[in-house]
Design a protein around this ligand. Structure first.
Ligand SMILES: [Zn+2]
Ligand SMILES: [Zn+2]
Length: 252
């Protein structure tokens, strides 16, 4: 059973609760505590339900609510050892890159290195015997080694950050355009769609497009691009809202 409660997605904040066969995992806490509490309670969850917290990296849109939110959450926090050092969080547990760790009984997490301009950035493969979720945002490229760690996921949350043309001709300053387009920046709709098609060939049926730029993308563009790349394949693709309200039930 896989239920996903998106709480926030994009450069203003990132946070998601995933309920994997009854185990509740929080991914990133880049939201004000008020937003977190409200979205959880609107969906019949609470901070007390959280069994573990996973942090992708230390950019503020992923951790700005971490300290305050952790006053409400009584659960272990996992991140890369580099992020642990950056955040000076002694109590955090370091995950080893590319290794499967059993963080809760019968639930394993693999930290997947991501190519991003923040040292120690990771994505995740979260799995039980029956269910498997992949999570990768904030990355400029997806190398083959990353693809391999995500093959076989039932659902993948993947960044579809920008439309290359909108970014190129948009109003961002040159240095920022260069950063976003670089190998350590963010994933374009085209690169995301290409990856989705390959994951779909390997059996993944559900995709959630995440971390869309408000300035350089539109939900319909991201969705069109991903749907074109998977035309004729049996897949479900949705765009995550900037602020989530409702649970997404992943059926197969
Ligand atoms: Zn981000
Ligand atoms: Zn980032």
């Amino acid at each position: 059973m896989l239920r996903i409660l998106p709480i926030a997605s994009g450069s203003t904040g990132n946070c998601m609760l995933v309920d994997v066969d009854g185990r509740k995992i929080m991914i990133d806490l880049g939201v004000p505590v008020k937003t977190l509490l409200k979205t959880l309670s609107d969906n019949a969850y609470s901070c007390r339900d959280v069994d573990a917290v996973l942090i992708t990296h230390t950019h503020s849109d992923h951790v700005k609510g971490l300290d305050v939110c952790m006053k409400q959450i009584d659960a272990p926090i996992y991140m890369s050892s580099t992020s642990k050092g950056t955040l000076m969080m002694e109590q955090a547990i370091a995950l080893l890159y590319g290794e499967k760790s059993e963080i809760l009984q019968g639930l394993w997490v693999t930290a997947i290195r991501t190519s991003h301009d923040c040292p120690g950035s990771i994505g995740f493969r979260i799995e039980t015997e029956d269910t498997c979720l992949g999570y990768i945002t904030d990355l400029g490229v997806i190398p083959e080694s990353t693809m391999e760690l995500l093959f076989g996921s039932q659902c993948i949350v993947i960044e579809s950050n920008h439309d290359v043309e909108m970014l190129r001709y948009g109003k961002y300053p040159f240095f920022l355009k260069k950063r976003i387009l670089s190998e350590k920046g963010h994933l374009s709709n085209d690169a995301c769609s290409e990856a989705i098609a390959r994951f779909a060939e390997r059996g993944t049926k559900n995709f959630l497009l995440a971390h869309l730029s408000r300035e350089n993308n539109r939900p319909d563009l991201a969705l069109d691009c991903a749907r074109k790349a998977t035309a004729g394949m049996n897949v479900q693709i949705e765009v995550l809202p900037v602020y989530g309200e409702n649970i997404i039930e992943v059926s197969e």
